[in-house]
Design a binder for this molecule. Structure first.
Ligand SMILES: *Cc1c(COP(=O)(O)O)cnc(C)c1O
Length: 402
């Protein structure tokens, strides 16, 4: 029997996004007995009990923000964790900031050349375009690579050879948390002199080949290292990270009341740092659980004629699963999911150029973006999914593509 109008225990952990998806009015006849349609996304962050010891420390200390001891510990521990996952040893530096969007804005402010345009892929979360604009630049949209869904140095190189003026910077993006070739972007920057900033918002656990080019990470609840709201700028460049810390705190140099540069208030509080320190301790387990769920999807979807994001669930995982449906089957798949009240998402919509504020931004041909924007569908993916639910979603997708 499908329970109607009742939320199981698991559902108390849903966020606003998923509560809206949590249908309690599914016609019982359309679902196999006993299986509830899953939520599309359920963040699972450290529990209150787990963070309590650090909150008690704060009670004693009376320090609640301004790069306090918990933030310093969190930034150092995050740098250690990210460093420990690199395939080539490097010394990483981390500045924590209030969110991933601000991380991109600050990195651009600190690094971009003079100029009007920032080259960026049209296929990304809209935050990338908002950050470029907030930092005082106009986006110039490029297409992405059809295989890895990312802007590559080759695409950027080809474009700048044709532009009338050099761009102020380039923002490349990790698609849905997938690793991208960070070494190649570091070489690109050295070779061309054009500053590069990497939007690795969903890729905190997929960083490699970091170098001086900053990787901007989101610590939003829906990302791999979720702390609620937060972000980080990660680089081998200690001076850049010191400048980012300063810019995130009114431009003050540490221990002074003198603004050495332009800046704002983009800090995280000690409360957020307490969640962060606790979350780091569970990052590997979370990654392991999500990889197991990704494998379950791969198993249940079997040989269905769909595109998988290269390496997903094997080399890397993130908080969303995105599959490419053949264009001619997209409507059948989404209608089938809707019929069973299984929520799905185009997490990156149909591309930034389809959002009104960016509709007139200059752009290249966006054939791959338009194709991916139609075909890439996010399925339910989170730690509370059961194997039955994954089987149900997979069977529904298989029906749609058959
Ligand atoms: C989540 C995300 C952002 C924004 O991060 P926030 O912490 O929510 O500001 C930016 N870019 C991409 C690709 C993202 O996935």
């Amino acid at each position: 029997m499908v329970e109607r109008g009742k939320m199981g225990n698991a559902m108390t952990q849903t966020d606003a996004v998923s509560v809206a998806d949590q249908t309690d009015a599914v016609p019982a006849s359309r679902l196999p007995a006993g299986i509830k349609p899953p939520a599309v996304m359920v963040p699972v962050l450290p529990t209150g009990d787990a963070i309590l010891p650090l909150l008690r420390e704060m009670d004693e200390r009376h320090v609640y923000s301004n790069d306090g001891p918990l933030n310093q510990r969190f930034a150092a521990a995050l740098a250690d964790l990210l460093q420990s996952r690199l395939t080539t040893p490097a010394r990483l530096h981390v500045a924590t900031v209030s969110n991933g969007t601000v991380a991109i804005e600050l990195a651009l402010r600190l690094r971009a050349r003079r100029g009007r345009f920032v080259i960026m892929p049209a296929y990304t979360f809209i935050a990338t375009a908002q950050a470029v604009t907030n930092a005082g630049f106009e986006p110039w949209f490029t297409d992405v690579d059809a295989d890895n869904w990312a802007l590559t140095p080759e695409i950027a190189q080809e474009l700048i050879a044709r532009l009338p003026e050099l761009p102020a910077a380039i923002v490349a993006v990790s698609p849905f948390g997938a690793p991208i070739d960070q070494r190649a972007w570091n070489s690109f920057e050295e070779k061309t002199g054009i500053p590069v900033v990497l939007d690795m918002a969903a890729a905190a656990l997929s960083l490699d080949g970091v170098g001086r080019v900053p990787a901007c990470v989101s610590l939003h609840a829906t990302k791999m290292l979720g702390i609620g709201e937060g972000g980080a700028i990660v680089s081998e460049d200690a001076d850049l990270i010191a400048a980012a810390r300063s810019a995130s705190s009114f431009g003050f140099e540490p221990g002074t009341r003198l603004a050495a540069r332009r800046g704002g208030n983009h800090r995280i509080s000690e409360y957020a740092a307490a969640v962060g320190l606790t979350a780091l301790a569970h990052a590997a387990e979370k990654e392991f659980r999500l990889k197991a769920l990704a494998k379950a999807y791969r198993h249940h979807l079997g040989d269905a004629p769909i595109d998988w994001h290269a390496g997903f669930g094997e080399r890397w995982v993130s908080m969303t699963i995105n599959i490419g449906i053949p264009a001619k089957h997209v409507n059948a798949v989404t209608a089938g999911l809707d019929e069973r009240s299984i929520p799905w998402r185009r997490w990156w919509s149909r591309g930034c150029h389809t959002h009104p504020p960016f509709a007139t931004a200059p752009r290249e041909r966006l054939d791959v973006t338009d194709d991916l924007g139609l075909r890439i569908i996010g399925l339910p993916f989170h730690e509370l999914l059961t194997d039955d639910q994954i089987a149900l979603v997979s069977e529904t997708v298989r029906k749609g593509v058959s």
